[in-house]
Design a protein around this ligand. Sequence first.
Ligand SMILES: *Cc1c(COP(=O)(O)O)cnc(C)c1O
Length: 231
Amino acid sequence: MDVAQNLERVRHKIAAACRRSGLGPEDVELVAVTKDVGLDAIKQALDAGVKVLGENRVQELVRKYPELPGVRWHFIGHLQRNKVKPLVGRVELIHSMDRWSLAQELDRQARRFGRVFRVLVQVNVTGEAGRFGVPPGDLIDFVNRAAGLEGLRVEGLMVMAPFVTDPEEVRPLFREMRGLFERLSDDSGVRMRYLSMGMSSDYTVAVEEGANMVRIGTAVFGPRKCTLRGD
Ligand SMILES: *Cc1c(COP(=O)(O)O)cnc(C)c1O
């Protein structure tokens, strides 16, 4: 497993996809997802120029945090309210604010420590019950309410597409999310900066459709042992 080589391939593909989306490669932030990845491989990625790491479990982030000083951490996973506190002061951005009760708790903990959490709102793309995220139809209202909380700064949306074998199948969905992102930027009072969309299996399509933040694990670090996608 050559992490540096993998990264080069990923960056190359992002740059190619950018030529189709109209963004510059420097406009797309690569979040290297390090869940279940050991420190050695992570250090290889940092040596190869990775700036931002993403974790989806609080415990794992807290464990790795002191080992890797100077890293910018993003939290990308489903978040329980009683696990919010350790994230204060440790993470630069939370991608997965997916419900109002979590927004309230993030706000509460940030204010307790005199801080602000920067957050993205996770969209329940299919609107299905049982999937995490805010249904598209509720977004404007949700974003405006969350923007009223002093301890939060809403900066965009996070999208997780259903798993498909051919990423072309999710292109229409990504396109729809891009449209939603732009409408929200126009219609809410909130400046939407980041559209976090695309993982190892679908990031080229996501970038072509306007993602400016991608969360990539497997394509950089190789397959994980036995973790379920997104757990
Ligand atoms: C694991 C994970 C990713 C990265 O998945 P890969 O398929 O390994 O690139 C992205 N986003 C979230 C929320 C994840 O949990």
